[in-house]
Write a protein that binds this ligand. Structure first.
Ligand code: UDX
Length: 429
């Protein structure tokens, strides 16, 4: 099939590369000339394990192309996927301006029969608007069906999540679109949920909010464990063994971040409010999440007393490992609070320092993970990168002024850290 993707972020680029790899002809439309020129050469704008290789392989095979113009690649497409960003506005709603803008550009260029499907996470009701724009802007004679095919990939494991998803959700306007989308997804072996737009859209928000809720629940149990002297990791392991609960997404930490959970929880609260339902359960999920970020600063104050003038080394900035993404990373709030208290920060992240410099321009960045320890009074682990798990404690010990570690991801075995001469503060233990 011939497919066009609008957008080359995590969702657009990964899904486009995977569909190309499955043998389809895939065009990707962007709006930044420099990024498109780079993509044509196989230089990708994001860090995602394996993606660069997959993109290059499919460019070389002539199955994956990049362009700035809609008019070249919409008319020939069997399926057009909208995969542009929907960031939160200041009021908490999802910003739909790009989705609606590209819908009109797609509509104007339609030819023959085309299925237009949204991959972007959009609030219930948006797809009806997109469908209307397509119908109003399409040339006479062009036929269009509309669908919502939400994406569930995680950054860091995006390719395998796309190739082996838990399910494929297809919310289509008619059976012709449904059949075409089922055919397109045929090589991907996963159960398919066939439904209408509204349901497909809500599945995505409800899934992400439930996962965020699970993390906040684990964080609340971690707080309670600290107060009771219980070991949260054992408690969570114990409850996760119940198949009805499951062990995934129960790791306590500095709170969830990234481009999806914070935004989607906020959007679902707003969607509910707009429909006169107070989703207070999710408001508490957000409260617990921001408490966890403040809690790291409280622990730093407890370890050091006054923070003014103290040197704190930060290991990890990205919202999770194996990504360079800084969107809504706990590190942003935590470092800002530490700096406000007068601490001097030196940070290292294997991939995210480039992006971090734009949101945290005033702190010092180290050239490697050991340099953050130079003269430090405290070390705080904020992202669970494998490199940090294997750190040489002897080397750290030589460089630090005071031997103290806050491990917000529980990556170390407390007894080993204490044996090496450090004071250790984890989460929930
Ligand atoms: C998420 C969803 O998992 C994915 O299905 C959706 O399509 C996009 O949003 P992503 O944001 O890439 O994916 O990352 P994910 O691995 O889900 O982690 C999100 C955040 O939760 C990270 O900050 C992570 O550190 C945190 N987290 C995750 C925890 O704090 N504890 C956990 O147990 C799991």
């Amino acid at each position: 099939m011939t497919i066009t993707f609008i957008g080359h972020g995590y969702v657009g680029l990964v899904t486009a590369a995977v569909f190309a790899d499955l043998g389809n002809t895939v065009n990707v439309v962007g709006h930044t000339p420099e990024k498109i020129e780079n993509l044509k050469k196989g230089i990708i704008p994001i860090f995602e394990p394996g993606l660069s290789e997959l993109v290059k392989k499919n460019i070389d095979a002539g199955r994956l192309m990049f362009t700035l113009s809609f008019d070249k690649v919409i008319p020939e497409a069997d399926v057009v996927f909208i995969a542009v960003g929907t960031p939160s506005t200041t009021t908490g709603d999802a910003d739909l301006s790009t989705v609606l803008d590209v819908a009109e550009k797609i509509g104007k260029n339609l030819k023959g029969y085309t299925v237009v499907a949204t991959k972007s996470t959009v609030p219930a009701g948006t797809n009806k608007k997109v469908q209307r724009i397509l119908a109003e802007s399409k040339p006479k004679g062009a036929e269009v069906s509309y669908a919502s095919v939400p994406e569930f990939l995680r950054e860091g494991s995006a390719i395998s999540d796309t190739v082996n998803p838990d399910r494929i959700v297809i919310g289509a306007s008619d059976s012709r679109a449904q059949k075409l989308l089922i055919k397109l997804h045929e090589p991907i072996k996963a159960p398919v949920v066939l439904t209408n737009f509204e349901t497909a859209e809500l599945i995505k928000y409800a899934a992400n909010s439930f996962l965020a809720l699970k993390i906040s629940y684990a964080n609340a149990i971690a707080k309670l464990s600290e107060l009771l002297g219980a070991d949260a990791l054992k408690v969570l392991e114990g409850i996760g063994m119940d198949k009805r609960i499951g062990s995934l997404f129960l790791s306590p930490g500095p709170g969830y971040g990234g481009s999806c959970f914070p935004k989607d929880v906020k959007a679902l609260i707003t969607i509910a409010k707009d429909n006169d339902y107070a989703f207070s359960l999710l408001e508490e999920v957000e409260n617990i999440n921001s408490q966890m970020r403040r809690d790291v600063v409280k622990k730093a104050r407890k370890a050091l007393g006054e923070l003014r003038g103290k040197k704190i080394g930060i290991l990890g900035l990205a919202f999770k490992p194996n990504t360079d993404d800084m969107r809504d990373a706990p590190a942003i709030d935590i470092i800002t609070l530490l700096v406000n208290d007068g601490a001097q920060i030196c940070a290292f992240d294997p991939q995210a320092m480039g992006n971090a410099k734009t949101v945290l321009p005033k702190i010092e960045y180290a050239r490697d993970m050991y340099s953050v320890a130079d003269g430090a009074d405290l070390l705080i682990v904020l992202t669970d990168w494998n490199d940090f798990k294997e750190i040489d404690l002897g080397e750290i010990k030589k460089r630090m002024k005071t031997l103290s570690i806050i491990d917000t991801r529980n990556i170390y075995e407390p007894s080993e850290i204490v044996k090496a001469g450090f004071s250790y503060i984890g989460v929930g233990r």
